[in-house]
Design a binder for this molecule. Structure first.
Ligand code: ADQ
Length: 483
C-alpha cells in the first residue's frame, strides 16, 4: 500500500515570514479540514503553491520554508509572479471560472494564458512525478489543474489518479465555446476516477466527452483505448461536528466571554425582539449574485413595506481575486448599491443593510450564523455552497430558515430549505416574507431533516467515499487488464 499524494493549487497551510522566522499555519478551509482523514501521519504528501511567488521568497529562507512545510506533510511548487498572473489570474480565473459559471461574456480566450496554464500544470505534474513511488494514489483537485492527470499518467500509467472538480461543469453548449476544449477534457481523462458535486455536472461532462472526443460512454464509464475511467458524483459535506460544537459553546458563553460583534447583535435583538436578522455570506464573486440579492432586497422592501425598521440584512463579502478587473467592478457596484439602498430606506433608528467587506475569524462566523433568523444564499451558479450547510449545522435549537438558490449544487441535498430562482425577485421577496413568518415548529421540522442528512454525509465521509471508489476502480481496471 503506497502513500497518498494530494495536489491542489494552494497548500493547506499559510506561510508567515517575520524577521527571518517562518511559521506555517494550517488553513481552516473546507478542503483542508475535509482531507484530514486522508492527509494524516507520514503516509501522505500535499503538493501545492505556497501563496508566495519566487520573487517574494528570499533565497536564503528557502530551506527553512521547506522544513516548515514538511512538518505539515506539505511540499511547495515554485511559481514566478508571471506564472501566477497567466495561470491563476489568467486562464484559471479569467477563462475557466467565468465559463464554467455560465458567464460566457466574461471569459477571455487568450493564447498566452493557455500556454502559461499548460506550463504551470506541467510544473505541478513534475512535482508529483518527483515524489511518486510504486503503489501511490494521487488525488488532483479543481479547475486550476485539469491537465495534471494526463501529464502524470503519461509517465506513470501504473498509479491511481483521481480528479475532483469543485466548481460546476457547464453544459456542452457552453463548454464547446472554449478553444482548448479537447485538450482540457483529455487532461482530466488521465484519471481513473473523476468526481463532481452533482449528477448534473457529471452528465454535462459525459455529454462533452461523447460529443467532442467521440469516446464510448457506457452509463458512467468512459473507455479510452484500454483505459476505463469512472465518472461519479460526490456531494461535498462539511465538518458538521466542528460547526455544531462551536455553536453549543457559543450559546453557553457568559456576556463578558462574548465577542464585541455578538454583544452588538444581542443589543439589537434585545431592543426589538421582533426584528429579524437576514444573513448573506459569500466570497465577493459575480457568480454569488450579491448585487442581484441587493436589488431583490430593495424590491422586497418596496413590496412589503411593513418590514421596514423590522429586518436587517447583514452582508459579509470576503475579498477575493481583487486584481481581476471584473471583481473590482463588482466591488464598486456592491458599494454603490449598499449606499443607495441605505440612503433610500434608512431612518434615524434603522439602517437596513450592514455591510462587511472582510474575512472573519471562525468565532465571528459562528456569531453571525447563530444570531441570524434567516440565511439568504442565492448564488447565480455555485458548485456546492458550503455556507448553506454550515448555517444549518450551527442551528442547534433547530430554528432558523435557509433561503437557497436552485443554482447552488447544495440545493440538491437541501430540499427542505426555501429554494428560489435568484433572478425571480417576486418569488424571492415572497420567500423572505414566508421565512419571516414561518412557525417555529415548521422551522424545526425542516431543519431536523437537514441536520440529520448533513451530519451523516459530512466531509470526512465525502473524502473516504472518493478514496474508496478510486481504489475499487483501480482494482477493476487491473482485473480487466489481466483477463
Ligand atoms: P467557495 O466559492 O469559496 O468554494 P463555499 O463553498 O461557500 O464557496 O465556501 C466558502 C467557505 O469560506 C466556507 O467554508 C465559509 O465558512 C468560509 N467563509 C465565508 N465567509 C467567510 C468570512 N467572512 N471569513 C472567513 N471565512 C469565510 C468553492 C466552490 C463552491 C464549493 C467549494 C467546495 O465555488 O461551490 O462548495 O469550493 O467544493
Amino acid at each position: 500500500m503506497g502513500k497518498t499524494i494530494i495536489i491542489s493549487n494552494r497548500l493547506p497551510v499559510q506561510l508567515q515570514i517575520s524577521n527571518g522566522d517562518i511559521t506555517a499555519i494550517p488553513s481552516v478551509g473546507g478542503l483542508a479540514t475535509g482531507m484530514k482523514s486522508v492527509h494524516s501521519g507520514g503516509d501522505s504528501l500535499w503538493i501545492g503553491w505556497s501563496g508566495l511567488t519566487e520573487e517574494e521568497i528570499p533565497k536564503e529562507l528557502e530551506p527553512k520554508i521547506d522544513a516548515a512545510l514538511a512538518e505539515h506533510g506539505s511540499s511547495k511548487v515554485k511559481l514566478t509572479e508571471k506564472e501566477v498572473d497567466g495561470f491563476y489570474y489568467g486562464f484559471s480565473n479569467r477563462t475557466i471560472w467565468p465559463l464554467f459559471h455560465y458567464f460566457l461574456e466574461y471569459s477571455e480566450f487568450q493564447l498566452d494564458y493557455w500556454n502559461t496554464y499548460k506550463e504551470v500544470n506541467q510544473k505541478f505534474a513534475d512535482a508529483i512525478l518527483a515524489n511518486t513511488e510504486d503503489g501511490d494514489t494521487i488525488w488532483v483537485h479543481d479547475y486550476q489543474l485539469m491537465l495534471v492527470p494526463q501529464m502524470v499518467r503519461k509517465e506513470r500509467p501504473d498509479v491511481s489518479i483521481g480528479f475532483f472538480l469543485h466548481i460546476p461543469f457547464p453544459s456542452f453548449e457552453i463548454f464547446r465555446t472554449l478553444p482548448w476544449r479537447e485538450e482540457l477534457l483529455e487532461g482530466v481523462l488521465g484519471s481513473d476516477l473523476i468526481g463532481f458535486h452533482t449528477y448534473d455536472y457529471e452528465r454535462h461532462f459525459l455529454s462533452s466527452v461523447r460529443r467532442l472526443l467521440g469516446l464510448e460512454v457506457s452509463f458512467n464509464d468512459i473507455t479510452m483505448g484500454d483505459h476505463v475511467i469512472k465518472v461519479d458524483s460526490f456531494p461535498m459535506g462539511i465538518d458538521y461536528k466542528k460547526f455544531s460544537d462551536a455553536a453549543k459553546i457559543h450559546y453557553n458563553k457568559s456576556k463578558n466571554e462574548q465577542s464585541e460583534l455578538q454583544q452588538r447583535l444581542n443589543t439589537h435583538q434585545e431592543t426589538d425582539p421582533d426584528a429579524k436578522f437576514i444573513l448573506s455570506i459569500d466570497r465577493l464573486d459575480y457568480s454569488k449574485g450579491i448585487a442581484k440579492r441587493l436589488n431583490a432586497f430593495e424590491y422586497f422592501l418596496n413590496k412589503y413595506p411593513q418590514y421596514k425598521e423590522k429586518v436587517r440584512l447583514i452582508i459579509l463579502a470576503v475579498p477575493s481575486r481583487s486584481n481581476v478587473p471584473q471583481y473590482q467592478l463588482l466591488k464598486r457596484e456592491i458599494d454603490e448599491l449598499v449606499g443607495r439602498i441605505n440612503g433610500e430606506f434608512s431612518t434615524v433608528s434603522w439602517t437596513p443593510i450592514w455591510y462587511f467587506y472582510r474575512s472573519m475569524p471562525f468565532e465571528n462566523l459562528i456569531d453571525l450564523y447563530t444570531s441570524s433568523d434567516i440565511a439568504w444564499l442565492t448564488p447565480l451558479r455555485d458548485g456546492m455552497n458550503l455556507v448553506a450547510k454550515e448555517y444549518i449545522a450551527t442551528r442547534t435549537d433547530q430554528t432558523g430558515v435557509l433561503i437557497l438558490s436552485e443554482m447552488a449544487g447544495s440545493a440538491n441535498e437541501m430540499n427542505e430549505s426555501l429554494l428560489v430562482n435568484p433572478n425571480n425577485f417576486e418569488q424571492t421577496a415572497d420567500a423572505l416574507d414566508e421565512a419571516i413568518n414561518m412557525p417555529v415548529e415548521e422551522q424545526k421540522a425542516r431543519n431536523s431533516v437537514l441536520q440529520k442528512r448533513l451530519a451523516r454525509y459530512n466531509v470526512e465521509k465525502w473524502a473516504n467515499d472518493f478514496m474508496t471508489s478510486l481504489k475499487s476502480q483501480k482494482e477493476r481496471e487491473a482485473a480487466n487488464v489481466s483477463h
